[in-house]
Design a protein. Sequence first.
Length: 617
Amino acid sequence: MNAKKWVLSLPVIVLILAALLAGFNYVTDPFGAFGDRFMQWFSYDETNNPRAAKISYLEQHHDEYDSYFLGCSSTSSLPTESFNEMLNARFYNMIMYGADMKDCEKIANYLIDNYTVKNLVLNVYLDNGLTYDDESNKLTHSLHYKTDPDMSALSYYSRFLLADPRYGYQKLVNKKKDTLMPQSFDVFDEQTGAYDKRVRDVEPIGSTADYLNAYPVFTNYPNHEPLHLYKTEACMQSVAAIRKVCEENGVNLIVLTAPVYTDYYKNFYDEDITNFYESLAKVTDYWNFSSSSVSSEPRFFYDSTHFRNNIGEMMATRIAEKEYPDFTPAITAIPSDFGTYVTSDTPHDYFTQRPAPRTDNDTAVKVPILTWHQLTEEVSGSATISPEAFRKQIQALSDAGCNAISLEQLRDYVYNGTPLPENPIVLTFDDGYLSNYADAFPVLKEYNMKATIFAIGVSIGKDTYKDTDHAMTPHFGAAEMQEMVDSGLISIQSHTYDMHQWPPFEDGNDRVRETLAQLPGESDADYEAAVRADIQQSQQAIEPITGEKVNALSYPEGAYGTLTMDALRSQGIELTFTTQPGVNAVVQGLPQTLYSMHRITMTEDTNMDEFLAELAK
């Protein structure tokens, strides 16, 4: 080809390549700019650019919603279900990481102009005084052109059509890696618009020391010179504009300020912080959750600006107490200083206050949990203990002033703030052996000690292994269960229905489930379905007999994973127990401290003097 023909063909080649690039980006649509018509993977798109992808999602689903949360990433922890119930609404969360108040103003205008909007909950975060109208990255932080009057459709679509194809390629690669649980490339829940926190929501949480070791971010404040909140005035102008458009269109506007971790304030000047919250009060009434005793408890947060979902539940509860008294809250264990309704009449000195640091003694209680299995004269290994040794252990606990509490008492302390007795301790038994009734129950009655027995559902009332003639250690039946529960001392909970199988007796079964662990090669979806089905069977086997809710489970052999916990939580299991030794720290208002709790196995050789001395430390 001569030079002239090459020059003439070059524009054609460029056009062809550009068309191929545009076609590839349109089909893969890694930012959801075009409505993700082919892959329909909005959780991925929203992770790349929630500002654009959420509008594309709403164009297809806006008739499913009539109310919206709006704000930066801390907005994600506002509970959709609770606000739906409170306001008789259908909320969608427009949370955008790094969102400034100009973004919120433009999106609020778009939602109200184009969709049915009954309620708008606006989260004004302290960082909104730091940046304003900032589009730091035209791909990841740009608004959808339909929400931005300053952007043309041509400018918007061209930037995504001609974007680096590696974004689209990575979406294809990650699609093959996608699992049932969220990963770093798909952190959003498509249906609610919030972060998908199924992993965060089941994280075991222990002592403050353990938590700070796992989350070192809380030990590093401040990490730079204090910053000025130069954009406070501009931020408040946008809040005022949002308030005005809501008033003009009959939209119920709730403004709030989300909790801020106490030490995060050290990143700003005190006078700027005071000015920010006081300036907001001059613009609109609002619920101030930014600073309270909650702010000084790191276990309520998982980084400097994000807090756990149960704090969102507490926020909903506090709002409902004033405005929606018919609402039934999920959590009532709320510090008295959490949540203040602020108006223009609120005195200046209120805005200068900072919460005093609090310690474990304020909201946390150390609770040892002990466990036994079978009582027998033929002691062999840690799973058996003689009735004589068991009696001595219970007597020693009683003499030491230990108060054996029920799991319901433990739950009520965490969820509702109901006080616990001094020296609380939890007694548990695994498997549901007949000896728990015949030998342990009389001793517990004698010393007025409460206990929980985790029964294997399929073995209730059996002395032969399920569907076989294989003899096994007898398990108590319905009559014994009823008698123990009627005493008011014993609760029967789950050790699974049939996920603690015994391989030698599983004739011909090549998929034996000895524990709740996922089987090799088992898909996430199949595994979660199997766990849910098993727990339903366990609840159906126990609840009609006892008349009590099965909401607790001990993991057979201590085996579990994130999928396990997510499946259990979806079936109403609120307390779970491992075989890992240690003493638990349960925190009022933080239900996750009831997950994967440690237990101390009591054996024939346990030295009670040494044991009690260790507990007293």
